[in-house]
Design a protein around this ligand. Structure first.
Ligand SMILES: C[S@@+](CC[C@H](N)C(=O)[O-])C[C@H]1O[C@@H](n2cnc3c(N)ncnc32)[C@H](O)[C@@H]1O
Length: 419
């Protein structure tokens, strides 16, 4: 541990010795239960990981190393994340948000938490500046089946030029010096530098000012970091209120650390009390593509939906979506592309929770077929020719193309499980 890390611990914590002792413990791995797919009890009954409930707020930890190949994870019923991180998203019974903007969203933990808390009823704009990390965000959103979402890959400042004064909730889970991740990534103990902290403070300040612009009057700003420095936590909140005096703290700053048996997490919730400039983006122009419409008719029993086309890609949504022009990675549910007179669908079309119960052609796999499917094998099926949703125990897994009793496996290569 370098001198800077040690000094910050000794400034912030009343019992540094206890902190050092707890630093040696192996971090617990926790999971969020995806109640967009089923109720908690049903998911826990199916969960094939050894788990334990750790507190009354419903936090579950698990020991298994093989989470990636577990059935619960493969079906998107659970999302693994730090126990502390799951506590940032407050109880949303105090408001019924219509628009949520998550400015620093990858790999997706907070977006997933808030989508679950709001039961995917609000529109979420989930943004991530980093290209590689935005791919992980896309994949995690696809896995958990969140549907009312626009995923963007840009800076918070770019977004704050397109949307102003209209979001009910803005989440800033900020880039930070990461001291609270030291049990998971011990290199931070030696790598922490004053210059990095300063750079993070400046970035956080800029992102928080963007968040303020995006938020509407009476909207909530959720700020969090996974670090311990006062500059990035309490001082950042203090300075933010000094710049925007109408912001009122409605959930006091809370700092969790190894001492509490969790990884580091600072969080605070503020309410904006003033109306500022409003920019509401125009809505996306709907597409009238006949080939896509007839594919949807063949696949789904829904009649009311919005259809969008961006480049060669087609998207479906059950709510109207804003046109955020450049930098959008996904509008609602990605259907796929048209090639000639055919539609080439994609995996995420078959994972969307809000389409559950609406697919016309469904193959529910037995245990043997499930294990064959997730490694990429073809399966003998008694099914109608064409694209079919593939489920396991009733949960959306992926899709395949049935041709004369054989299901051509369309489970994405990157997700296939190799033992
Ligand atoms: C702590 S991580 C977010 C974790 C995520 N909220 C979760 O729960 O999984 C912070 C993220 O902010 C991104 N970031 C950094 N600067 C940004 C900016 N100016 N605008 C938007 N995102 C930014 C980083 O690439 C990083 O992925």
């Amino acid at each position: 541990m370098n001198d800077l890390y040690r000094k910050i611990v000794e400034d912030v914590f009343a019992e540094p010795e206890l902190f050092y002792q707890k630093l040696k413990e192996v971090p617990e791995r926790a999971m969020t239960i995806n109640t967009l797919k089923a109720d908690e009890k049903t998911i826990l009954d199916l969960c094939d990981l050894e788990y334990a409930k750790t507190d009354t707020e419903g936090s579950y930890t698990f020991k298994d190393e093989k989470v990636g190949s577990s059935i619960a994870y493969t079906l998107g019923l659970i999302y693994p994340q730090e126990k502390s991180a799951a506590k940032t998203i407050l109880d949303l019974s105090i408001c019924e948000p219509k628009l949520i903007v998550d400015l620093c969203a990858a790999p997706g933990g907070k977006t997933i938490d808030i989508a679950i808390k709001t039961q995917d009823k609000a529109l979420i704009i989930a943004n991530e500046v980093d290209k590689t990390r935005s791919k992980a965000l896309l994949s995690n959103i696809e896995k958990t089946g969140i549907s009312n979402i626009i995923i963007t890959q840009t800076t918070s400042s770019d977004l704050a030029k397109k949307i102003c004064g209209i979001a009910d909730i803005v989440i800033v889970d900020a880039p930070c010096s990461g001291m609270g991740m030291a049990r998971k990534y011990p290199s931070i103990l030696d790598d922490l530098r004053a210059g990095d902290i300063k750079r993070c403070v400046n970035d956080q300040k800029m992102i928080l000012d963007d968040a303020y612009k995006i938020l509407k009057k009476d909207g909530l700003l959720i700020y969090s970091t996974c670090t311990y420095t006062k500059e990035e936590n309490e001082d950042q909140i203090h300075d933010l209120i000094a710049r925007h005096s109408d912001l009122k703290i409605i959930r006091k700053p809370q700092l969790l650390s190894f001492i509490d048996g969790s990884e580091g997490q600072f969080s605070c919730v503020l309410k904006k009390e003033k109306e500022t400039d409003i920019i509401e983006p125009k809505l996306m122009k709907e597409s009238d593509d006949k080939i896509i419409k007839s594919f949807i008719d063949e696949q789904l029993d829904i009649k009311d939906y919005y259809l969008y086309k961006v480049g060669d890609d087609h998207y479906l949504s059950l709510m109207p979506l804003y046109d955020l022009s450049d930098h959008v990675l996904r509008y609602g549910i990605h259907i796929g592309k048209v090639k000639g007179k055919d539609v080439i669908p994609v995996h995420s079309f078959y994972r969307a929770n809000i389409l559950k119960g609406h697919y016309k052609k469904v193959i529910d796999l037995n245990d043997v077929q499930y294990h064959d499917f997730i490694v990429g094998l073809e399966i003998k099926v008694d099914a109608l020719d064409g694209y079919n949703l593939v489920t396991y125990r009733g949960y959306q897994l992926g899709f395949g193309k049935a041709v004369k009793g054989t299901l051509k496996n369309k489970y994405p290569k990157g997700l296939r499980i190799h033992n």
